[in-house]
Design a protein around this ligand. Sequence first.
Ligand code: HEC
Ligand code: HEC
Length: 364
Amino acid sequence: MMTMDSHRPQRKPPMSRTSRFVVALICGMTVALSTGSGFTASAGSGVEFPPPPPLGLDEVPVPEDNPMTPAKVDLGRRLFFEKRISGDGTIACASCHMPQRGFSNGRQYAIGIGGRIGLRNAPTIINAAYNDTHFWDGRAKSLEEQAKGPIQHPAEMGATEAHIAKTLGALPSYRESFQRVFGSEKITLDRVVKAIATFERTILSGNSLFDRWFFGGDKAALTPAAVRGFKLFRGRGNCVKCHLVDSFSAPFTDHKFHNVGVGFDGRPTHPGREKITKRARDRGKFKTPTLRDISKTMPYMHDGSLKTLEEVIDYYDRGGLANPNLDPDMKPLKFSKLEKSDLLAFLHSLDGSPPIIQAPRPSR
Ligand code: HEC
Ligand code: HEC
């Protein structure tokens, strides 16, 4: 563990690396051992909060006006699972971002209150803490802003601030938690999304077999097939052009928008990024998603049109669907059967260690 921790890529100045190391030593390495899920510690116990990110990830950016505390994470977790926030009391964030399904929902589309169906695939919230923008078209700039979307969307949770203040305000345990976290019992939409965003900043997944091999120097961590798959990913496949990996961290996204042709199969297409920028050249562009824990979040793409990773690989192999705005990096790859299975083995090596989140008992 210790060798791996000291190999962890860091962008922080050496001072803080040293102090982190000291903290880790004092705690008998519990910090390193609990990487990715160690946020049960209470303030003042000497354990670093939030804990250092798992191997392969950067420090989580935290907005100045919403600092992380263990109590806020806990409140955010309860709110993430809280169906009573929604207009008819049936849908929570966790209904579409299910921990046991890689924080997605295993369906092509999302299903909101009253069984209403949205036409986009629910992306994972794993490592969303690092994203510059949120949603497939990038219309939200922060996790706080993002969370206001589904809460108020008539086809998702269909709630108003007044409804939330009234329903949660009737429950003493929420009033107590808001008092503890925000200094008063007042329940506002702003506070609700701050707590939820804080919880989301703990849903990190790294320390995969790939990370142990690439950053941790563990030569045995990857199978030869996965190693060959990574070479294709960086080489002839050119996947790394958009699903970024550098020598410091591996977000598997460039946080940019590209048209890889998804949806251009005769059905009415989503405008994608064009809807936000109003520029025709952004038509059909969507945000590059992370590939971490990708084996758990089928089906794939913004419209959930590809059911398996095999289908995704075949899709790229064909060079995507032709359209006037197709990204110049999309070309037929002509992979052999073996190359396809190598790439698949590599994608499976990105299964990491997201924290195990249990649905809390309903708050009273
Ligand atoms: C009815 C299903 C549904 C519910 C409920 C829901 N989401 Fe989502 N979520 C989606 C879909 C679908 C998208 C993609 C929508 C789009 O891009 O237009 C999404 C996108 C996101 C993203 C963007 C990820 C990224 O970086 O692109 C985050 C974060 C997120 N949801 C968090 C939440 C939170 C927090 C809640 C509760 C307040 C919530 N969601 C409730 C279905 C849902
Ligand atoms: C030109 C940039 C670009 C290149 C090159 C690229 N991707 Fe993607 N990738 C994207 C974008 C953008 C999306 C989302 C597209 C959409 O939903 O319309 C995506 C989606 C995916 C998904 C589905 C993710 C999800 O959560 O639904 C997988 C898996 C994937 N890419 C793997 C690969 C592999 C493997 C390669 C190389 C063979 C590759 N990508 C090359 C930009 C790229």
